[in-house]
Design a protein around this ligand. Sequence first.
Ligand code: PLP
Length: 366
Amino acid sequence: MLEARDAVKNLHAYRPPLAGRTGLRLDFNESTVGCSSRVLARLRSLDSELLARYPEREPVEKEVADFLGLDPAHVLLTNGVDEAIHLLSSTYLDPGDEALVVVPTFAMYAIFAQAEGARVVEVRAGDNFTFPENDLLAQLTPRTRLIAVANPNNPTGAAVAGNVLIQIAQAAPQAAVLVDEAYFEFHGETLIHHTQQIENIFIARTFSKAYGLAGLRIGILAGEARQMAMVRRMASPYNVNAAALAVLPEALQDQEFVSRYVAQVLSNRERLQQELSNLGLHYWPSHANFVLVHIGPAHAEFVQALRERGILVRDRHTDAGCEGCVRLTVGSDEHSQILIGALRNVVEPLGLRTRSRTELPTGVRA
Ligand SMILES: Cc1ncc(COP(=O)(O)O)c(C=O)c1O
């Protein structure tokens, strides 16, 4: 009988709740307004000849590298950040190696590392989800071959200073250090230019969030040239589809669209955080396009009550240290106003307003 590898049999299937997502989508940290009209016009202009050909990644890779101020040898376009994580895992992890992740965090680091037969070592975030630098350093061993950090982190919105990540990379020269900057546009800090000097740092970026292109599946992995040559060997030459490659230059050129959306999200993030305070709900200040809020035992009812008002949000109750927490994506002015209006209507009836601080999840108390 055909058997999958043990590492695969041991994987927990990761099934994000994608079914029936109608209404206001504040559950996956997508853009709530979609992509720019220039990108849409370019997509509509594509012809069958383009679709008949195998896609050519390199010319667009060069444009992206120019945009980032990097040499093309440092840049690989990927099928979303997910593929970047997959490629790094398969390039650097042998069975029995160790992959360090700070939890709670994005699920795909552990999944792709486990799929290679690596041991995932989880380091718990500190109080209020602060970055556990010393605990992480204490877990380094000669077998540590991958360290994955989302900065800002999902689902907490917490950010870590770049110099801390550089210190970690220097302390673990045998490990690939992935700094996942999926939410870079909402945070504004990056280590992407350090990839020229620090051999073991990799930066991932995505067009799924601020650019509103999650459906096209396109991301960037940047790293030191010799390391990227190794990662490139693992990638299919056709990993990024022709439609994504055709619209990417337009998406990059329309920075006005991106800045306008990001500016809205940043001001709405402040408004939402203020509103959560007014409603007596504890939240963790965010550096990304979402806010993690503590709802307590009624988390599922809260999610359901919003769903009944046509708003989808994500229950993060089962993430490490996130008992009773729900993540709310921040979107445009109009969409944030709808969310805030609904929050006012659901918080009182569910009796959430008067939660005491002692009910916050352990390990994350203010
Ligand atoms: C930290 C982080 N990295 C990566 C991704 C996925 O990015 P992509 O759509 O480019 O695969 C997400 C999506 O939620 C994320 O939160």
